[in-house]
Unconditional design. Structure first.
Lengths: 257, 392
């Protein structure tokens, strides 16, 4: 098995707090990997490290054969890693289409001459991207596909999450990082969103997903494998059913008996 | 956004014809001619009161929103109508130096605020030194006009110099965010005025004369005579200013309706998220800052030639504040709104001689009123349409 992403011995300190303490993670191509653990155990820190928002104090990350340790977010996105955020980070006054296009930055022609003067060519690129974005949104929620030029500020939470996921998927990444996609949603909405994610996987078998989630039903349903974190260290790894019965994991969540 | 109408922003339905826009424009033209031509204070006050009540009523009945949408949907035709309206106004006042000067001031200030709009409205970089960059353009005219440099090239040089001098600020502006970056530009505005005052080469506190524009042997400072018709020499400057505004308007519009406009919005609204999707934050902030200062500099260079004089007191921090208040008043990001706001801010204090000394009070009241009752400005910015009228 060649790993798509391989993190070794990652360490991240914030002052005296060690958020991540020698963490290892390996994900294979087209795997759905769950990352679970109590609040503050280092899950989001890990996401922020491999997307370049935080630097690593020690350790290395190799993605798709290239070393991306301490690379800037731009380079990591170009290499093929996209993410969603725990607190939705859409640009609310902008339209659905605009938000999705933000995620397609690396495939859009950013030349000033192209954008300002060669409007016929720009229009062609715009139309191609409109159809691509619309087709992607259509997979998630056909009703939204007719509202591509409405501001996202007027949409309910579940639709905003869908658009965030579309924004991450539009550039055809190899690795998708989902940071608590169920946050702020009802149980039914969460179920619906998970159906969507599984559907996306069916469309694109090569996609690898790492998901941070507190909703254990989600983890149980969609992940192939789980890694449990506590105080910045890995305490268990394996299929959800095995991990859930692990004594150390139960102690981490419920406290010592 | 405040509208619950589900058709807002939709491409396929809820379209408005150009009628409300054209009606509003025709009405505005008549109103502007009446206001600019009025001399007695009570007439002016009555007209202004009528304007405020009229706009308020139109807003309350949703008419302003349909006008706004009509402009958004049919921008090319509305642009032509607006140019025609400007020509009608100039023709009406063809012999009146002072009124034409006011109109030219409105046109050039709008060019300058369009530059600020690229910086603040799109990229979110606050620039409290707008008047300084305007001044750099004006001083460029003062220095270069007596030399043999062609005067159109002087305008361009004014813009380039403003952008170049502005790049001194790039490092501090890039290293700070929001209010802190704004403080950097305030410091620059204060320094710039002091620099002009102590610099004898540039005339010191007395300032400098600016030679009028000459284009292909045609002197802009001579009245135009056709047989027995005499037009004010300001008509020359009016036409050139109008062309500059049209060009700037088109440029800023295209910028907004491109991936570049999207980049600028993305970095203003969420730098972290934009960075995670490959955006080079520094590159686009620099682009916006330079383009903005370039436009402000060109407007300043032409304005210097119109006025015939430049001095340190014309380009103070207070004038920069006026430019920013135009931006807040008009509707950040909406070029049409900026045109309306510039007219209000430039013309009203000039016509209302009674309030001259209280003009800053008027601006303060206007800005606070807008922020309280219409926080997105008189004409809020609509959702981006890459090609107006385009349907999937």
């Amino acid at each position: 098995m060649t790993a798509l992403i391989e993190a070794r011995g990652l360490v991240r300190r914030f002052g005296g707090v060690i958020a991540l303490d020698g963490f290892d993670l390996v994900a294979a191509p087209n795997e759905i990997l769950g990352l679970i653990g109590p609040n503050g155990s280092g899950k989001t820190t890990f996401f922020n490290m491999i997307t370049g928002i935080y630097g690593a104090d020690a350790g290395s990350v190799v993605f798709d054969g290239a070393d991306i340790t301490n690379a800037p977010p731009r380079a990591i996105y170009r290499a093929g890693i996209s993410r969603t955020f725990q607190r939705s980070r859409l640009s609310l006054p902008l339209s659905i289409f605009d938000n999705i296009m933000i995620g397609n930055h690396k495939r859009l022609n950013q030349g000033i001459w192209f954008n300002l003067v060669r409007r016929a060519d720009f229009k062609r690129e715009f139309e191609e991207n409109y159809h691509a974005a619309r087709a992607l949104v259509d997979v998630f929620e056909p009703a939204l596909a007719d509202r591509m030029f409405e501001p996202v500020a007027g949409l309910p939470m579940i639709d905003r999450r869908r658009i965030e996921i579309c924004r991450a998927l539009i550039s055809a990444p190899k690795l998708l990082l989902l940071d608590e996609p169920s946050a702020g949603m009802t149980h039914e909405e969460t179920t619906e969103l998970m159906d969507d994610i599984l559907l996306v996987r069916e469309h694109n078998k090569a996609l690898t997903i790492i998901i941070v989630e507190h909703e254990m039903s989600v983890i149980e349903r969609i992940t192939d494998r789980c890694i449990v974190l506590n105080f910045g260290r890995k305490i268990a790894e394996g299929p959800y059913r095995d991990v859930a019965t692990n004594a150390q994991v139960q102690e981490a969540y419920l406290g010592a008996a | 956004m405040s509208e619950s109408d589900p058709a807002v922003g939709q491409v396929t339905t809820g379209r408005v014809t150009w009628c409300p826009g054209l009606a509003a424009l025709a009405f505005a033209t008549v109103y502007i001619i009446a206001l600019l031509g009025a001399e007695r204070q009570w007439v002016i006050i009555a007209l202004l009161a009528f304007g405020i009540v009229g706009a308020g009523t139109a807003g309350a009945f949703g008419l302003l929103n349909s006008v706004n949408r009509s402009f958004a949907d049919h921008e090319d035709s509305m642009g032509l109508f607006a140019i025609a309206a400007a020509l009608v106004i100039a023709t009406w006042f063809r012999e009146e130096h002072f009124v034409l000067l006011l109109v030219i001031t409105v046109l050039l200030y709008t060019v300058a605020t369009l530059g600020l709009n690229v910086q603040f409205g799109y990229a979110g970089v606050l620039n409290f030194a707008g008047a300084s960059f305007f001044g750099i353009g004006a001083y460029t005219s003062a220095v270069l006009n007596p030399t043999g440099v062609p005067h159109l090239l002087v305008l361009l040089t004014g813009g380039v110099l403003a952008a170049l001098v502005g790049s001194i600020l790039l490092l501090p502006v890039l290293r700070t965010r929001g209010h802190y970056a704004a403080v950097v530009t305030i410091a620059f505005a204060l320094l710039f005025k002091t620099f002009l005052e102590v610099n004898d080469v540039l005339g010191g506190p007395q300032g400098m004369q600016v030679k009028g524009m000459r284009l292909l042997g045609w002197s802009f400072n001579d009245n135009i005579e056709f047989g027995n018709i005499t037009l004010s020499f300001y008509v020359n400057y009016f036409l050139l200013s109008l062309m500059l505004l049209i060009g700037t308007f088109g440029l800023v519009r295209r910028l907004e309706r491109s991936w570049i406009g999207l980049n600028l919005d993305a970095l203003r609204l969420d730098e972290t998220a934009a960075g995670c999707f490959g955006l080079n934050i520094a590159r686009w902030k620099i682009t916006a800052f330079l383009i903005g200062n370039f436009l402000i500099g060109i407007a300043g260079a032409l304005f210097g030639m119109v006025g015939g004089f430049v001095g340190p007191n014309n380009y103070t921090f207070g004038d920069s504040l006026i430019l920013v208040s135009i931006l807040l008043l008009g509707g950040i990001g909406n070029p049409w709104g900026l045109l309306v706001a510039t007219f209000i801010v430039v013309v009203v204090p000039e016509k209302l001689q009674t309030i001259q000394e209280y003009r800053f009070l008027l601006y303060a009241v206007l800005v606070i009123g807008v922020l309280l009752f219409r926080p997105e400005g008189l004409l809020p910015r609509p959702v981006r349409r890459y090609f107006p009228g385009w349907r999937p």
